[in-house]
Ligand binder design. Structure first.
Ligand code: 5AD
Ligand code: SF4
Length: 430
């Protein structure tokens, strides 16, 4: 989501005649878009912004601004902490980045605004130069209030965009050559539910309607989405996923924990068993579906037995990808009131065990695809080996292959898999 916001803000600057540059020393304006989800992300952002003080001493006209979740959480305090900073814009004010920079250039004043502003959603159609793939934010904010999570506090209440505005944005992107669209939201499957926190009843899913409408756009090849909350997969949505041919067979389905006790303390509204059942229902409908997930280790009160339940469920579901996070208390989120009982060392041990399991599973899953023929969306020259190209299967495996003279970025091509590595596949064009 931050990446998408940065792109939208960058696009408003380009439209006003500015150019983006890749080297900090060359810039007249430095904008930091920040994350608050874990303490480490905030520390890293502050370190980086602090480091820019030297640059500002050499170049006093430089304008430095901070946007995003950390800006929202800390607001004016950031101006006190970082005296070389010119402005702070919260998550609801990023659409004001350009006018703020212009104002500061004229007045040389310092500025901060962290008001929550849902209308900000209107500027989100701005895109930079997209090639074959583009992101579209369909919802903003979150109403779920998982006890560990800062997002509802820094991104505000959940708001969905209109179906028409999303479809016209998608059509505009496809007309400019985009082949793949990634739909973004804290809980994309809550799209169109007007902030109601109850998962929709069977037969009803505005997110399914959105996927069906996007599936009709000619020239669009693939639709991806991240992240949905497990309880929102009802019969209507599962049916749409199965029959929409452009919707990729890969779901990022955050699990967080495999222990019911911990899930309850996290305020996650499902049990290990209901998660398991949903995965089975999805696999019944779409047999080659792959899954990735997010898991937190070391939540307050997580015992070895809770951790084992998480480990077992992860192996049972057989996630093809997983992002493991060490619990980080976030001031303001409910769980920050609990004592952080699991030591850093123990969090690291649990983290590494899950990563080792994952690596073993991935190698096995990749090896099982040896000899198969996969449809790959061609992304371009591989960064590791310039004589090869890279692409991705709909199930989200990375494939490296020898290009032929005809291959173009954004093409869908069949590749015969000839070898598997630790994290990716190798093959030849059919
Ligand atoms: N500590 C550790 N991980 C967290 N996440 C969210 N909040 C925290 C926290 N306080 C993880 C969750 C979420 C992902 C984006 O970040 O797993 O799904
Ligand atoms: Fe945070 Fe939970 Fe919302 Fe995800 S669903 S953004 S973890 S509150």
């Amino acid at each position: 989501m931050n990446e998408r916001d940065s792109e939208a803000v960058g696009a408003t600057f380009i439209k006003a005649g500015h150019t983006l540059c890749n080297i900090e020393e060359d810039a007249d304006v430095l904008l930091f878009n920040t994350c608050s989800v874990r303490d480490a992300a905030e520390r890293k952002a502050k370190g980086k912004i602090g480091y820019m003080r030297k640059l500002k001493l050499r170049k006093p006209q430089l304008i430095i601004g901070v946007m995003g979740c950390m800006a929202q959480r800390l607001g004016e305090k950031l101006l006190d902490e970082l005296p070389h900073l010119d402005f702070v814009l919260g998550t609801g004010q990023i659409h004001k980045a350009l006018e703020t920079v212009e104002k500061i250039a004229a007045e040389r004043s310092r500025f901060h605004d962290t008001a929550i502003c849902p209308e900000e959603i209107d500027m989100l159609g701005a895109h930079g130069e997209n090639s074959w793939s583009a992101q579209i934010a369909i919802t903003r904010g979150c109403n779920r209030f998982c006890s560990y999570c800062i997002v509802p506090y820094v991104r505000g209440r959940e708001v969905s965009r209109s179906l028409d505005s999303i479809i016209s944005e998608a059509k505009m992107l496809v007309a400019s050559g985009v082949k793949e669209i990634l739909l973004l939201g804290q809980n994309v499957a809550a799209y169109g539910l007007n902030g109601d926190i109850r998962p929709p009843a069977d037969g009803h899913s505005p997110f399914a309607e959105l996927l069906e409408a996007l599936n009709e756009i000619s020239g669009l090849e693939r639709i991806r989405y991240t992240s949905p909350y497990v309880s929102y997969f009802n019969d209507r949505l599962i049916g749409a996923l199965a029959h929409c041919s452009k919707v990729c067979h890969n779901i990022h389905l955050p699990l967080q924990s495999g222990s019911d006790r911990i899930l309850q303390a996290m305020n996650r509204q499902y049990t290990a068993q209901s998660y398991r059942e949903k995965v089975a229902q999805l696999r019944d409908a779409i047999p080659d579906l792959t899954f990735s997930t997010d898991v937190i280790v070391g939540f307050p009160g997580e015992e070895e037995s809770d951790f084992q339940l998480t480990r077992d469920l992860m192996n049972e579901v057989g996630f093809e990808q997983a992002f493991i996070f060490k619990y980080s208390p976030r001031p303001g989120a409910k769980s920050a009131l609990l004592s952080d009982t699991v030591s850093e060392e123990e969090k690291l041990r649990r983290n590494n065990i899950l990563l080792d399991d994952l690596q073993l599973r991935i190698s096995r899953k990749l090896a099982a695809l040896n000899g198969s023929i996969q449809e790959v969306l061609c992304e371009g020259v591989s960064t590791r080996n310039k004589s090869r190209w890279t692409g991705r299967t709909g199930t989200n495996f990375v494939v490296h292959f020898e290009p032929d003279a005809a291959v173009k970025t954004g093409d869908l091509r069949k590749v015969r898999i000839t070898r598997s590595g630790n994290v990716s596949l190798f093959g030849e064009l059919c």
